[in-house]
Design a protein around this ligand. Structure first.
Ligand code: NAD
Ligand code: ZN
Length: 414
């Protein structure tokens, strides 16, 4: 087997496994890690620490002292070690993903369990973990279906900003602070439901693996796991940011023969080419709509199109770039609330597939730890996505770099 095959086997393991759920998770469930009387040194006390708070939409983040309550039943308190800055965090701050303010944003996080609430048995203090925006409760219709991953206990669509009991664990200056997707990683300590905590290998480098919590499974997984990009296929990727770059890596690993990258920021092109993009297009410099140019370049349209921006116009362009009969269009970008896709209805009968995908369609707690292990075994690499690393207190600089289009992923270190 060549290295690419190993990689696909590793990352496709969860779905191809004939037994469901996979052996690894059944083992974890049957084996109670809980150590009676040793929950943690910090049990039952509130922690005061620093966190970045967004007090309102479109207002600058401010680093404040916050109080983080002890974890309640089924919850885990985590000392953060690193967090990526994802396009979705920017959507949150701009109100493109509706959330409640004031809140502590951030979701692409890695950390170490500080303490656990009653009944938590899949992690213990000292474990290395990732926070995941899509939990895996293992009980709902999505979790019980072999292909479903959008767990009913998620707090994204819609977002209550609260833990599962309807209350918050954060306060600042006496005010209640909301959680972001029940992850909130721009803080030295956070609280996450156990069902949204993925335990990872003890050898994981914590300054890197935070990207395994979102960018890598989302992008790479969209290509290798959800679309199942085929060898020799032609792909187009709209948006060459963190998610788009991970998609390109997944298309390349799957043996795509041509990968067209589309972005309005040409500074993204050299890195995208290094990852596997064969042709770069800047729609703002084209005389025709980008989908028409993709059609002309390929003759018949692409096998796989990915949208990783979050705009309806690029979603339509991705759809219209696909081969009429067998093209598959995957939407990864998050569009603003109440926006509608207007598609030419007649050609829908021709066979093209339109599909949305969240976190690479992975069952998060089962699969994400396996992707981390694949990384430790050098079967998949997250390092090319990390362009910057900054201390947490330089979060403003990190966002400035992001807005200037300089970063693929900037990792905040605690
Ligand atoms: P990013 O900001 O790093 O990347 C977006 C890229 O799109 C940038 O390179 C930007 O220059 C480019 N772009 C902006 N407008 C464009 C246009 N009109 N035409 C072409 N290119 C354009 O963001 P990201 O972290 O890569 O996230 C991308 C999208 O994916 C966001 O909408 C985010 O919310 C979403 N997302 C979805 C999931 C999921 O599971 N479905 C997970 C994470 C992120
Ligand atoms: Zn994300």
């Amino acid at each position: 087997m060549d290295p690419g095959d190993y990689l696909l086997v590793a990352l496709d393991l969860c779905i191809r496994s004939e037994e469901w759920p996979p052996l690894v998770s059944r083992h974890a469930r049957n084996h109670s890690y809980k150590m009676k009387g040793q929950k943690s040194e910090g049990e039952n006390h509130t922690i005061t620490c620093r966190a970045a708070i967004a007090w309102a939409t479109n207002s600058p983040l401010s680093i404040e002292e916050v109080q983080v309550e002890p974890p309640k039943a089924g919850e885990v308190r985590i000392k953060m070690t690193s967090s990526g800055i994802c396009g979705s965090d920017d959507h949150v701050l701009k109100g493109i993903i509706p959330v409640k303010f004031p809140l502590i944003p951030g979701h692409e996080g890695a950390g170490i369990v500080e303490s656990i609430g009653d009944g938590v048995n899949s992690v213990k203090p000292g474990d290395k973990v990732l926070t995941v925006i899509i939990p895996q409760c293992r009980e709902c219709s999505s979790c019980l279906h072999p292909r479903g991953n959008f767990c009913e206990k998620q707090d994204i669509l819609p977002s209550s900003g609260l833990m599962m009991d309807g209350t918050s664990r954060f306060t600042c200056k006496g005010k209640k602070i909301y959680h972001s997707f029940r992850t909130s990683t721009f803080t030295e300590y956070t609280i996450v439901p156990e069902i949204a905590v993925a335990k990872i290998d003890d050898a994981s480098p914590m300054d890197k693996v935070c990207l395994m919590s979102c960018a890598m499974p989302t992008g790479y997984g969209a290509a290798v796991h959800s679309a199942k990009v085929t060898p020799g296929s032609i792909c187009v990727v709209f948006g060459l940011g963190g998610i788009g770059s991970a998609i390109v890596m997944g298309c390349k690993a799957s043996g795509a023969s041509r990968i067209i990258g589309v972005d309005i920021n040409e500074e993204k092109f050299p890195r995208a080419k290094a990852l596997g993009v064969t042709d770069c297009l800047n729609p703002q410099k084209l005389k025709k709509p980008v989908q028409q140019v993709v059609m002309e370049m390929t003759g018949v349209g692409v096998d796989f199109a990915f949208e990783a921006i979050g705009l309806t116009e690029t979603m339509i362009a991705a759809w219209e770039s696909c081969h009429l009969s067998y093209g598959v269009c995957l939407i990864i970008g998050v569009a603003p609330p109440n926006s509608k896709l207007s598609l030419d209805a007649t050609p829908i009968i021709t066979g093209r597939i339109l599909k949305g995908v969240c976190l690479g369609e992975y069952k998060t707690r089962d699969c994400i730890p396996q992707i981390v292990t694949a990384y430790l075994q050098h079967k998949v690499n997250v390092d090319p996505l990390i362009t910057h690393q900054l201390p947490f207190d330089q979060i403003h600089k990190a966002f400035e770099l992001y807005h200037a289009g300089k970063t693929i992923r900037c990792v905040l270190l605690f």
